[in-house]
Design a protein around this ligand. Structure first.
Ligand code: GAP
Length: 429
């Protein structure tokens, strides 16, 4: 099926996600909660694989990045200083007839897209999600769930510096939840009010910003195409026009992905200048070890939405062939790396041998075990969830310790030794 602006394709992906345990509607037995979703047993594996690969690539493999994991709720002064309380808002317009609410900047024309009614003039609606800490619900106890993970990297900057003795250029990375009271959430896990981000704040000297911006642009391309395996054709760069830049940014590139519902933002790369550190620190927080000069470093911020990564990966991998649906996930992302099948369920010696192989491989990988129905059906079931290999234990296995290993994409089978299975899988990771 061609991947065009295609509601039917999106419905198939959403349905597969629910049927196979990738993503469920949140609180479903209570009628759901608008646009909230839960990751099921396979979804959490896919999501964790993405997060782990990101952490490995950007934190563990680089000398110039370190990680933190900060609290979701921060002192409200953080949001005062960052400008979020004042400016983190979208224009909201309401239909005078059906009272549906819309983001005024996302609709064409002046009429209600749902009923054609007249719209009110738009007013700014702050996206910060409020709650109270402690038993008294008053202004003094009002706090906010963070709308981005970024601010903790600025607020903790001095502590990180003091404990790691890093010198610029270096970056702080974090993966975690963020919350926004979006006016119009939608398109499955694309826009929700609770979501996860993987963010890097990379601290530099002002004059380096152009060069470092390009370095991160390349890194982000590598991540999208080589690590996530997204098709280059489906990704486009948008140089965000000056009048649409976020309040902190001097230059932003959005990486847009061609989702089935249309092209929209996947990730962003922003030059945040020294805006944030200047807002949070009265004194320059950084001192050049050689010159003794104190100054406010500038910041380049590559930001990656976790849920949008999951969605892009699923859309890119979803493939319909003549008689099967295959999720052509990169093996490193697949929830299971291999599925083990005893040829027949009613032959205890085959089942015992299959369990032995299963237990051996589980020491290294997440492995599926399936002994139901015929082998063909078991293959299709694994193809649909993206398992790169299926391994069948048959009567020859009992004789000579060999198995058939079937490749998800080619459907070709080869006969290999049990002890070679692990190497075959690792070659693909
Ligand atoms: N710290 C910068 C920042 O937060 P952003 O463009 O507002 O920038 C960064 O958000 C990324 O977070 C987006 O590119 C997107 O992947 C993800 N994101 C933002 N809002 C989201 C939402 N409501 N639902 C899911 N993901 C979202």
């Amino acid at each position: 099926m061609k991947k065009e602006n295609n509601q039917e394709l999106m419905e198939k992906i959403v349905s597969l996600c629910k049927r196979r345990g990738f993503v469920f509607p949140g609180s479903e037995i209570y009628g759901g909660l608008a646009n909230s979703f839960d990751y099921g047993p396979l979804g959490v594996e896919l999501k964790n694989n993405i997060k782990n690969l990101w952490w490995k690539r950007f934190v563990h493999k680089r000398d110039d990045l370190i990680g933190i994991d900060a609290a979701l709720i921060m002192n409200p002064k953080v949001w005062q200083a960052s400008g979020h309380l004042e400016t983190f808002s979208d224009p909201l317009a309401e239909c005078k007839k059906c009272h549906h609410r819309f983001r005024a900047d996302k609709i064409d024309g002046k009429k209600c897209p749902d009923c054609g009614g007249e719209l009110t003039a738009s007013k700014q609606f702050n996206l910060m999600l409020k709650t109270f800490l402690g038993p008294v619900e008053d202004a003094e106890n009002t706090v906010y769930f963070r709308p981005e993970t970024a601010q903790a990297m600025f607020v903790d900057f001095k502590n990180v510096l003091d404990t790691t003795r890093k010198k610029i250029p270096f970056g702080i990375a974090q993966i975690g939840k963020a919350f926004r009271n979006e006016i119009t959430p939608g398109n499955f896990i694309f826009r929700t009010r609770e979501f996860e981000q993987m963010e890097i704040e990379y601290f530099i000297k002002e004059e380096e910003w152009g060069e470092v911006f390009e370095m991160w642009q390349e890194e982000m391309w590598f991540w999208m195409t080589d690590v996530l395996g997204l098709n280059k054709k489906n990704i486009h760069e948008l140089n965000v026009p000056e009048k649409e830049l976020a309040h902190y940014s001097k230059k932003t590139i959005d990486f847009e992905y061609e989702f089935p519902f249309g092209k929209d933002e996947l990730y962003g790369l922003a030059y945040r200048t020294d805006f944030d550190l200047k807002n949070h620190y009265k004194e320059p927080p950084y001192e050049d070890a050689e010159t003794g000069e104190k100054f406010y470093p500038n910041v380049i911020e590559p930001t990656f939405g976790v849920d949008r990564s999951v969605l892009a990966v699923l859309c890119d991998a979803y493939t319909e062939e003549k008689d099967r649906v295959v999720l052509k996930l990169k093996p490193s992302l697949a929830p299971y790396k291999v599925a083990i099948f005893p040829l027949l369920k009613n032959k205890p010696e085959l089942v015992a041998k299959a369990r032995e192989v299963y237990n051996m491989l589980r020491k290294e990988f997440n492995v599926a075990f399936d002994d139901r129905g015929n082998i063909g059906k078991r293959y299709y079931s694994q193809d649909e969830i993206g398992t790169p290999f299926c391994c069948t234990i048959d009567f020859d296995t009992l004789e000579n310790d060999t198995v058939t290993l079937r490749d998800r994409d080619t459907t070709k089978q080869e006969r290999i030794k049990i002890l070679e299975i692990s190497t075959c899988i690792k070659k693909q990771l």
